[in-house]
Design a protein around this ligand. Structure first.
Ligand code: AMP
Ligand code: FES
Ligand code: ZN
Length: 328
């Protein structure tokens, strides 16, 4: 296997591009893919500062690294969710990464600042933890961006993540979610812009990028098995990709080019009709309390252990070797 760009021995193949690369040319390829996503979807305007949401996983650390390499003014944001040792490890990886490079990292500890954590929220709502977790993260990413004056928030969602979410939304024809599924959610009153610059990069490529660049990331999965259904969708899509390389990208980019616009109008109308939360001032469809403040009211002071999600229960004992992490 030879590198497509320079002809030296290759270290990784990317079947959907029908290509293989040596380490240096692979790094160049990753930068080009991120540049292209930012350009094609107009994610960032010249001079705009970016707040990168970092979890200590391969995707978000690689994203922060890539944005800095591309000369963006990008600072990090870590949210402590209080998910036992998993949160301790993810914080340690994130802080070490930022400290080694002298890069600015903002931190929010949900328990310290809001008096609850994700295990407590899952217990109080009697729902899967991923719901409270996702809701809290989205709220706090946005709040931190507005508080610290970042017009753009970037997350490490990659091609595999986005294709799996799309599959889930199509299976149930979730028209509202389909309207909002895009690598860029534009800014609007009370909302910073949200961007996903890794949308052209596969999970395996992000792991390879970290290894090549010497980035230490946590391989551990969230023990509460965030996005469990999505892991199943990823398996299905990996099966299709195996048979027919390029399927995932064709599925996602076909939707973005030809399907998304049909659902986008509904999403825009929903945003325009939003009121303000009486507690925190965030945009909300229910003009009393936003979903985050309602969750906080229910979960404050609730003390619950980290419950193992279904995947972990089934895989207990060999969970570590079961699959590469989906942590972003
Ligand atoms: P996930 O929802 O865990 O798949 O993560 C998706 C993206 O959200 C990651 O790539 C990060 O950009 C961001 N993210 C996840 N967890 C955290 C966290 N604890 N703090 C900050 N950002 C996070
Ligand atoms: Fe959100 Fe586990 S529940 S990362
Ligand atoms: Zn609120």
């Amino acid at each position: 296997m030879k590198c497509r760009r320079c002809g030296q021995p290759a270290v990784i193949d990317v079947r959907r591009h029908n290509a293989a690369f040596c380490a240096d040319c692979f790094v160049h390829h990753c930068r080009e893919q991120v540049k292209r996503a930012i350009h094609d979807f107009r994610m960032v305007e010249p001079g705009q500062r970016i707040l990168v949401a970092v979890s200590g996983g391969k995707d978000s650390l690689a994203l922060w690294h890539l944005l800095r390499e591309l000369d963006y003014e990008a600072d990090g944001l870590y949210i402590g969710q209080g998910i036992g040792e998993y949160s301790d490890h993810s914080r340690a990886a994130t802080v070490a990464f930022a400290d080694e490079r002298g890069w600015k990292l903002h931190e929010i500890d949900i328990r310290g600042e809001y008096g609850f954590d994700i295990p407590g929220a899952a217990h109080a709502t009697k729902r899967a933890p991923c719901g409270s977790c996702g809701l809290s993260k989205r709220h706090l990413f946005n709040k931190a961006a507005l508080d610290h004056g970042y017009p753009v928030v970037a997350t490490g969602h990659n091609l595999d993540d986005e294709a799996a979410v799309l599959l889930g939304n199509v299976l149930r024809w979730e028209t509202g979610y389909l309207g909002r599924q895009h690598p860029v959610l534009p800014e609007s009153p009370g909302f910073a812009r949200k961007v996903k610059p890794l949308v052209r990069m596969g999970e395996r490529e992000m792991a390879a990028y970290c290894v090549i660049q010497g980035i230490d990331y946590i391989v551990e999965e969230c023990p509460m098995a965030a996005g469990n259904k999505h892991l199943g969708y990823k398996d299905v899509l990996n099966g299709l990709e195996e048979q027919s390389p390029g399927s995932k990208a064709a599925f996602l980019f076909g939707f973005l080019e030809r399907g998304h616009e049909h659902f986008a109008a509904t999403a825009g109308e929903e945003r325009d009709a939003l009121g303000r939360c009486r507690e925190c001032g965030s945009p909300t469809s229910n003009d009393e309390l936003c979903a985050f403040c309602r969750l906080r009211e229910r979960a404050q002071g609730v003390d619950a252990p980290v419950e193992l999600g279904p995947t972990r229960r089934r895989n207990r004992g060999h969970a570590r070797s079961a699959r590469p992490t989906s942590a972003g």
